[in-house]
Design a protein around this ligand. Sequence first.
Ligand SMILES: *Cc1c(COP(=O)(O)O)cnc(C)c1O
Length: 383
Amino acid sequence: MSFDFDESIGGVPLLDLAAQWGQVEADVREAIERVLSTQRYIGGPEVEGAEADVLEYCRMDGAAIGVASGTDALLVAMMALDIGPGDEVVTTPFTFFATAGTIHRTGAKPVFVDIDPATFNIDPAKIADAITDKTKAVVPVHLFGQCAEMDAIKDAVGGLPIIEDAAQAIGAEYKGARAGAMGAAGCFSFFPSKNLGVLGDGGMVVSTDKALGERMRRLRNHGQGAQYHHEEVGGNFRLDAIHGAAVRAKLPYLDGWTEGRQRNADRYDAMFAEAGLVGEHILALPARAPERRHIFNQYTLRVRDRDALQAFLRDEAKIGTSVYYPVPMHLQRCFADLGYKAGDMPEAEKAAREVLSLPIFPELTEAQQRYVVGWIARFYGEG
Ligand SMILES: *Cc1c(COP(=O)(O)O)cnc(C)c1O
């Protein structure tokens, strides 16, 4: 089957932040200027404004606490829930390292539960077996921008607190609720490759529980109550004012960007079908689970000959792709002492061998997508 595309495009990056900059430049520069003109770099109206805006965006009543990264959002949430040595926290092995790394940093033990192969999210049916009398919390990850199966997770964990790792999922929905608003705490990242990125590292943790919110706010600033009076040991987990200002400037664009990502995902699906690649070569297109709003932080395929395809796209066509994630958490060297071995999490291990994420940024053009699909067809001898 032949699949027409414009070869002169010459390449497509995995992410093109310059394309977004063209839209937001005036607003972001104005926001930076506000910070410079007041010289208020720590806390203040930009951080508080960003917190209020994100809370409203998540359609939540509660607390939002700007922090220095998505990693710190997770850490602060765990510290506020008194997770520590001797405790266990149940999570997915198929995620970015921060999910498991923060559990370890509290002194608790990460306990991994294999994934649902359709969505790549934690499999709720396997959670109950992982819960012991030491389990202190469960951390589902809304991977690639699609919410985990929250109702089934809630049923499986009884009354245990759920910390949502929503780092890839700001604006994603499950049965009408926004990611981050469904658990005890929700954790966002504003790393530049996330759907809402700032000018460096940044994050936010949200909660409908105001008391927990106050505890997290205190932990963010060395556990300080009255100035220089420390109620407990926290850390410097603060979001800089300049990044708060960037959140405020960019948030109004987020729904438009999400629509762009969704349109691009639908276009890829149609193009892969048109090229006749689905089934034999492309083992699976991204699944859309029911009753979700998938925000497509990533568009992730399962493919045959993944490593060769990735190298071919890079070397022959200058197409940027990425493997999220090549090594599941239970097989990371730093967690060797947890005693897991290859074969323990077969679905996560299979996903790690098969997944490939394609360019999906909102400004991607139809012609660029045809170029990507056309080169994939060529690799498989169908182009
Ligand atoms: C990006 C990410 C994080 C960490 O966010 P940072 O801002 O990079 O610290 C945590 N969990 C997941 C699933 C992520 O994708």
